[in-house]
Design a protein around this ligand. Structure first.
Ligand code: HEM
Ligand code: HEM
Ligand code: HEM
Ligand SMILES: *[C@@H]1O[C@H](CO)[C@@H](O)[C@H](O)[C@H]1NC(C)=O
Ligand SMILES: *[C@@H]1O[C@H](CO)[C@@H](O)[C@H](O)[C@H]1NC(C)=O
Ligand SMILES: *[C@@H]1O[C@H](CO)[C@@H](O)[C@H](O)[C@H]1NC(C)=O
Ligand SMILES: *[C@@H]1O[C@H](CO)[C@@H](O)[C@H](O)[C@H]1NC(C)=O
Ligand SMILES: *[C@@H]1O[C@H](CO)[C@@H](O)[C@H](O)[C@H]1NC(C)=O
Length: 400
């Protein structure tokens, strides 16, 4: 929580100006405001003709060279996909292009075909899109759509306008097909005050920092300290038997700290999941519930552990070992999953892979050392005496 508040304090007002070439294009077209949107590398320029009439230009890259670009407004309380009145420019792979308006409903979200719908501000409270045009901005490798938008004052207020943007790779004629579902694609909404260039309430404005904290807590807690604690439990018995007395206290304290950090990260994840009301990352969530449940079970060892010479101790050991290693596997899968959701630059993945490689190197060295020493000396070692090898499996006992 200290980490979290530190990150929250470090958030300044966040406004990203347009890229130079896009700004240039927008100024050539007489747009007066321009800003980079928070996701999909999109840029947005606008001009206010009056309270009810604006001109907009929306542009971004389409990496495959075709697909669709959508920009729209939503009259509901919160910006979201369902309810958005959008204009969509479509570049088909056969070279044909279309730009029309669409009414996006819950049926669309459920997978029904998205058909063009005429929008007319003369119908009560409907949006009007006029003079729509689409183009490729060559100097930027951008695709862009542009229009004059008429917003009826009963339903829209440009000082708190909910706008929504999206891109997709696939289309068929005038029908755009489902977009990707990464965080970038679902976080593409905000409430903006068009009068003030840098005033926008993006859903993820604070969330983005909390996501960073969430990732760090989880990687450090579940992803680093728990495996490190397991290494202690495994190798302080042998070959690092000099530290044998420290084995259990260190293992336990490492796991307790890891558990506390990891659990804070998990709770933060749940909070983040609840903050973003319109989407959910099911698999990541399921894995995380699994991880929390079973690490909690592992932690019960603090109180519920049969004594050293209890006949059930053998079974407790087996179960504690098995669950411990299974958890490490699931945790690392879920961390990669989380990094994939966040889809940031590659540093997260590289950092985590770095951690895995370091842990792996420690394990490899100790493991090789264990086996060469084990092979060379027929003398029973501390662990062989107990009938347990470094892998935790029972081994044949050398004759005395
Ligand atoms: C072409 C047909 C479309 C289909 C089948 C579709 C489907 C979906 C689905 C299934 C989700 C939920 C993803 C999740 O929960 O993981 C979603 C989210 C979203 N979509 Fe679409 N979508 C389409 C077009 C659009 C368009 C044109 C826009 C923008 C104008 C858009 C904007 C969004 C946004 C902002 C979200 C985030 C969640 C939300 O606000 O509800 N989508 N879409
Ligand atoms: C989430 C937390 C935990 C995980 C993932 C975990 C995992 C493990 C693993 C994998 C081992 C076997 C290492 C080997 O190969 O020798 C082990 C050993 C052990 N753990 Fe934990 N552990 C956790 C928490 C705890 C706690 C809270 C205690 C508290 C008493 C504890 C007590 C022990 C003991 C006594 C052993 C040694 C068993 C033996 O070989 O005699 N562990 N742990
Ligand atoms: C094992 C470790 C992890 C656990 C237990 C965990 C847990 C969670 C949980 C419970 C959620 C909420 C899911 C929902 O309700 O939609 C979540 C969301 C998320 N997690 Fe993780 N997570 C882990 C690792 C990571 C990592 C390493 C990253 C990134 C570097 C990450 C990034 C995210 C993101 C971006 C979200 C979406 C937040 C949102 O909905 O706005 N997670 N995580
Ligand atoms: C803007 O575009 C004009 C002509 O299109 C060009 O002469 C000028 O150098 C550009 N400025 C920047 C900053 O790119
Ligand atoms: C931009 O404004 C200037 C001056 O008002 C005008 O001459 C020009 O035609 C306008 N350009 C566009 C693209 O509307
Ligand atoms: C768009 O859909 C909403 C319901 O989601 C409906 O109330 C509205 O009249 C529709 N608008 C148009 C132009 O079809
Ligand atoms: C918009 O389109 C109408 C009709 O095609 C045209 O008369 C008008 O000049 C256009 N306005 C702008 C700003 O391009
Ligand atoms: C729009 O909202 C602002 C601030 O909330 C308010 O001052 C203004 O009167 C509203 N405009 C209209 C046309 O409702």
């Amino acid at each position: 929580m200290i980490l979290a508040s530190f990150f929250l304090l470090s958030i300044g007002a966040h406004f990203t100006p347009c890229s130079e070439p896009f700004l240039n294009v927008s100024q050539r077209k007489n747009f007066t405001y321009c800003k980079k949107l928070t996701t999909l590398e999109a840029e947005f320029a606008w001009r206010i003709n009056n309270e009810q009439q604006i001109e907009i230009l929306f542009g971004t890259r389409l990496h495959t060279g075709f697909g669709w670009l959508a920009w729209g407004v939503n009259p509901d309380e919160m910006p979201q996909m369902v309810g958005t009145r959008a204009m969509i420019g479509i570049w088909n792979s056969d070279g044909s292009t279309f730009i029309t308006t669409y009414n996006i409903t819950s049926d669309t979200k459920m997978g029904c075909m998205l058909k063009p719908e005429k929008m007319d501000e003369k119908v009560q409270n409907e949006v009007g899109f006029h003079n729509m045009s689409m183009e490729n901005i060559n100097e930027l490798d951008y695709f862009a759509i542009q229009a004059r938008v008429i917003l009826p004052p009963a339903a829209y207020n440009i000082s708190k306008l909910n706008h929504v943007w999206q891109i997709g790779d696939e289309a068929e004629g005038t029908e755009p097909k489902m977009h990707a579902k990464t965080l970038q694609n679902v976080d593409s909404t905000e409430t903006i005050n068009l009068w003030v260039r840098d005033e926008a309430h993006h859903v993820g404005k604070h969330e983005n920092h909390l996501r960073t904290v969430h990732g760090i807590l989880n990687i450090v807690g579940w992803g680093t300290l728990l495996p490190f604690g397991v290494i202690i439990a495994r190798y302080f018995k042998y070959p690092l038997e000099n530290f044998h007395d420290w084995r259990i206290p260190l293992h336990v304290s490492c796991q307790i700290i890891g558990y506390i950090l990891g659990t804070s990260g998990w709770i933060l994840g749940l909070v983040l999941g609840n903050l973003s009301k319109f989407y959910i990352f099911k698999i990541h969530r399921l894995y995380s519930i699994f991880i929390f449940t079973f690490t909690t079970l592992q932690m019960l060892a603090l109180r519920l552990k049969p004594g050293e010479d209890d006949e059930y101790r053998k079974f407790w050991n087996m179960y504690h070992h098995f669950l411990g290693y299974a958890l490490l596997a699931v945790i690392s899968i879920n961390i990669f999953h989380g990094i994939n959701i966040l889809k940031p630059n590659d540093t997260w993945r590289q950092a985590y892979i770095g951690i895995l490689i370091s842990l792996g190197a420690i394990v490899t060295v100790l493991e090789i050392y264990t086996w060469t020493k084990f092979k060379r000396s027929p003398k029973p070692t501390a662990s062989a005496q107990a009938g347990i090898s470094a892998t935790g499996l029972e081994v044949p006992q050398p004759r005395p």
